[in-house]
Design a protein around this ligand. Structure first.
Ligand code: HEM
Length: 442
């Protein structure tokens, strides 16, 4: 009754009923892979909710940052402990969910015309989410976060011409760690970056509703799926429940980022075997594999960290950003697509995606090369060289094999559509014997 009255009141002033009816009757695809984006959405919800709570318990100023995070990491403060744990676990899972969601968009070709812009918005959110995570684990001023910041400062300094200025803007000072570094990180982490992600997310989902979902169907004129109310609403609430349940279990059972073990940051100490949160590890891996040679361009020295620390991620980002425009040029297929491919239907895309994933995993592994070398009893230098060779040879081999598998599977699907059965039929002939009848095209 109250709901009806409120709805009537709002409709009277804003004409909202038509929009609500449209949203409630919207058809959502039924395929499991469409839930992956929702997992990302709910991890973001968990991040914002726990993040708001943490702003009341965390003191960002200088040495207080470590002490106030330590107070939360202490199990004698059960609520603070669990909320900090849920927050960090959500961050780690958020980026993972975004990447898996992006994988489904990429391999099924959901980024194709008319959804190129939404692909680019999504990619920007991935970069912002990783950066937000980095600023977040830099806040406690523990040994691990201080070391990460020191590396980021060196990468900023390495930018030709504007490096010193860029590092000084971040530090608020000409030295590291500068007077305003903690304040800048805090403002970026709790304000600018989450607000930017929230705004882009609204655009992302608004565009999704306007352009409608893609779908797997043989008949492009039909829409397959479930209405939002009540069918899909129940399912998405189940996804929300599952996300929160997994997060609570992880938070309660597995300690994440134990800063009490690392100690506060001192520039002269760095923990052996330390690795950053997994989604930034590929950058550390790239820095470890990058050659230690200093190039000179027009007499200006370019620090070695510039290439793996900045050029490599920017090139990868740029490549993915323009992929929706590059693929149609290569394949000649410039048509709009609301019907999805299965991954093997597009061998080129399958090969490119597999190559990128290979290098991503390799660089992530390289971030722990010291630990791997110790565990495998091999020389670190030998391992670094093996990784360097694999970084270039691996994606070519993996890409070609994946594309070949895709081509074979596509050929088989085409063949099975033409020849629905490959069974040879035996037909009784007039003499009482049997004649073999070859499979007939459909
Ligand atoms: C903050 C991170 C993100 C969230 C919360 C999010 C959420 C969603 C949701 C809920 C959907 C609808 C369901 C689905 O198709 O899975 C969707 C669709 C879509 N997303 Fe994302 N997404 C994110 C990041 C990305 C990224 C990184 C990309 C690609 C680079 C991307 C590209 C797309 C595209 C093209 C669609 C439309 C797909 C279609 O109609 O089939 N998104 N997103």
């Amino acid at each position: 009754m109250i709901v009806r009255r409120v709805a009537g009141w709002l409709d009277d002033r804003l004409g909202t009923n038509a929009a609500v009816r449209y949203l409630l009757e919207k058809i959502y695809p039924d395929h499991w892979s469409f839930y992956l984006g929702e997992f990302a959405l709910y991890f973001f919800v968990a991040l914002v909710a726990t993040g708001i709570w943490l702003t009341f318990a965390f003191d960002a100023a200088g040495s207080n940052a470590y002490a106030s995070t330590l107070a939360l990491a202490d199990r004698s403060h059960p609520i603070g402990y669990v909320i900090r744990q849920v927050h960090h676990w959500s961050a780690v899972c958020f980026v993972a969910a975004i990447l898996v969601h992006m994988g489904r968009i990429f391999f099924t070709g959901a980024f194709r015309r008319p959804r190129e812009l939404n692909w680019m918005i999504g990619l920007t959110m991935l970069a912002l989410a990783s950066f937000t995570g980095f600023t977040g684990y830099s806040l406690p001023n523990d040994s691990l976060s201080g070391t990460g910041l020191r590396i980021a400062d060196s990468v900023a300094l390495s930018i030709p011409l504007v490096g010193r200025w860029a590092a000084a803007v971040l530090n608020g000072d000409d030295v590291f760690p500068g007077r305003l570094l903690a304040t800048h990180l805090y403002t970026l982490h709790v304000y600018y970056l989450p607000v930017a992600i929230g705004a882009l997310l609204s655009l992302h989902l608004g565009m999704l509703i306007y352009q409608k979902h893609t779908q797997f169907t043989r008949d492009p004129r039909s829409v397959v799926g479930r209405r939002f109310w009540p069918d899909y609403a129940l399912r998405t609430v189940a996804v929300l429940g599952a996300t929160m349940a997994v997060l609570t279990l992880l938070a309660a059972l597995v300690e994440i980022n134990p800063i009490e073990l690392y100690g506060p940051y001192h520039p002269w100490t760095a923990t052996n075997g330390a690795v950053p949160d997994w989604y930034t590890a590929f950058l550390e891996g790239a820095l470890r594999l990058g050659p230690a040679t200093e190039l000179r361009i027009f007499g200006h020295p370019i620090a070695p960290v510039f290439w793996p620390g900045l050029v490599l991620p920017l090139l990868t980002f740029g490549f993915l950003l323009v992929w929706p425009f590059v693929e149609p040029r290569i394949t000649g297929d410039r048509a709009a697509h609301d019907v999805l491919d299965t991954p093997t239907q597009a061998p080129l895309r399958l090969g490119v995606g597999a190559a990128l994933i290979f290098d991503g995993i390799l660089l992530t592994l390289a971030a722990a090369d010291d630990q791997t070398a110790t565990a495998l009893h091999v020389r670190l230098e030998a391992l670094v060289w093996a990784y360097r060779i694999l970084l270039f040879a691996g994606p070519v081999a993996v890409g070609l094999i994946a594309a070949r598998i895709g081509r074979e599977m596509r050929a088989r699907i085409v063949e099975s559509a033409v020849y629905p059965s490959d069974a040879t039929t035996l037909v009784r002939n007039a003499d009482g014997g049997f004649d073999e009848e070859e499979p007939q095209p459909a």
